[in-house]
Ligand binder design. Structure first.
Ligand code: ASP
Ligand code: MG
Length: 440
């Protein structure tokens, strides 16, 4: 069985949905197709939720109406036969009626999750109407019946696997299944989600749960590129990455794949392929256990980083000091990305400033604490990169004019990370593109 996941832009227009239908019927292997919401929908639902949370009902109503109009126009171009139009229109009505009812209920976190779930419910149901119209046999597998997270909001593959097998068993004889990405049930049985961009994670969890032959992630770019295509003129797709390389790249900013989606595939050893809906014949990127080659593969950047520097001539010599510092971050469930230390100071970076004020207050007794915001982590990734000496030479040579604030090297053999002010990101990525890859 294989898993094929299509992102928002791949289903965002009626003609794209038609293309997806072609791609999923190109071979006879049984498959589970995971869909995101139509592009723009989840953002719109977030806006609706925010308006409701702020008691701006009129604004929420306007946003709901605007989104509903978008869906009616979508349906008009998606299906042709009267019966299909009626069916699709009824689906749109049903979900927007739900949103309109929500307008009258007092807002809560659980309700917020219900609102956010509408996008994937709509995209999958409409896609199924389209498949039925063009005569493609299939079954809709409601993700809320099998995708679950535990009390710590963590998905457990064995649990998902058991539920998914039950769901599949209800459709004997079928070999094409459509399901929602992103949405799940939490430990309280409520509708929940796997966080923004979570459809990739859904696909990888499902792939692990059924021990799929491959987990294909279809987007609108031909694989993971060696550098950010929005910043550098010339970038090239990377043909093969190891799970570890891919995890570093996804975590440190390569937008193409949700970082959490690596572990299920890696743990259950399911190859992941990143493919392009607009160019299905392109090779894309294959992610497997083996790296394929050594040396530098790609560069990624992650913005919105805070650097926290703690200086103390007295404390740093003492053992247990780092533990005490880490405990503060642990207490506020804030994860640390980069760390550098010297004899008198330690610097760490975080990307989540929700509890920054409390963290800073609790760090005060340890020494002088300084924070800098608007920082960017630039991560250079490649199998055994740390052992490839000319890479390091070229790397630091390329950075001559960049005020690098932190360097992390040696934590993993596949990664060198740099921290710099975000204002220098563009020049850094461009300098590395020419310095490391010989590209413009
Ligand atoms: N629709 C969700 C989002 O926009 C999940 C996804 O597309 O992966 O975040
Ligand atoms: Mg995505």
């Amino acid at each position: 069985m294989k898993i094929m996941k299509f992102g928002g832009t791949s289903v965002g227009r009626p003609e794209r949905m038609a293309q997806v239908a072609q791609l999923i019927t190109a071979d006879n292997e049984p498959k589970i197709v995971v869909l995101s919401a139509l592009s723009g929908t989840t953002n719109a639902l977030v806006e609706i939720s925010n308006a409701l949370a702020a008691y701006k009902r009129d604004e929420a109503k306007q946003l709901i109406d605007k989104l509903e109009a978008h869906y009616h126009a979508f349906v008009k171009d998606l299906v042709k036969q009267d019966a299909s139009v009626a069916k699709a229109t009824a689906i749109v009505h049903e979900h927007f009626e739900f949103l309109n009812i929500i307008l009258k209920i007092s807002f809560s976190d659980a309700l917020n999750k219900d609102i956010l779930a509408q996008g994937e419910l709509l995209s999958t149901k409409l896609f199924c109407v389209f498949l039925a119209e063009i005569g493609i046999d299939h079954a809709l597998l409601p993700a809320l019946e099998f995708m679950s997270i535990d009390m710590n909001d963590e998905p457990q593959v064995p649990v998902i696997s058991a539920k998914l097998k039950d769901a599949l068993a209800q459709h004997a004889g079928k070999s094409l299944f459509i399901t929602q990405g992103y949405i799940c049930r939490n430990a309280r049985g409520e509708v929940d989600n796997l966080k923004r961009g979570g459809s990739d994670y859904s696909a990888s969890l499902i792939a692990a749960a059924v021990q799929a032959s491959v987990c294909e992630i279809w987007t609108d770019i031909d694989g993971m590129h060696n550098n950010d295509p929005r910043v550098c003129k010339k970038t090239v797709p990377v043909e093969q990455l190891s799970f570890e390389e891919a995890a570093e790249l996804a975590y440190f900013g390569a937008k193409i794949l949700h970082p959490a989606s690596i572990w299920p595939a890696q743990h259950y050893n399911v190859p992941v392929k990143l493919l392009n809906t607009m160019e299905p014949a392109a090779k894309g990127t294959l992610i497997v256990e083996e790296a394929g080659s050594t040396g530098v593969k790609a560069v990624a950047a992650k913005d919105g980083i805070y650097a926290i520097n703690i200086r103390s001539s007295r404390m740093l010599l003492a053992y247990g000091f780092l533990r005490k510092i880490f405990e503060v971050f642990e207490k506020y469930r804030t994860s640390i990305d980069m760390i550098t230390t010297s004899e008198v100071a330690v610097s760490v970076t975080i990307d989540n400033a929700t509890h920054l004020a409390e963290i800073l207050k609790e760090l005060e007794p340890f020494g002088t604490v300084e924070v800098e915001d608007n920082q960017t982590i630039v991560s250079v990734v490649g199998n055994e990169i740390a052992e490839t000496k000319d890479v390091l030479m070229k790397l630091f040579d390329s950075l001559k004019d960049i005020p690098v604030r932190m360097v992390s090297y040696g934590g993993s053999r596949h990664n060198v990370s740099l921290l710099l002010p975000s204002a220098h990101k563009t020049t850094t990525l461009q300098a590395l593109n020419s310095g490391l890859f010989g590209l413009e």
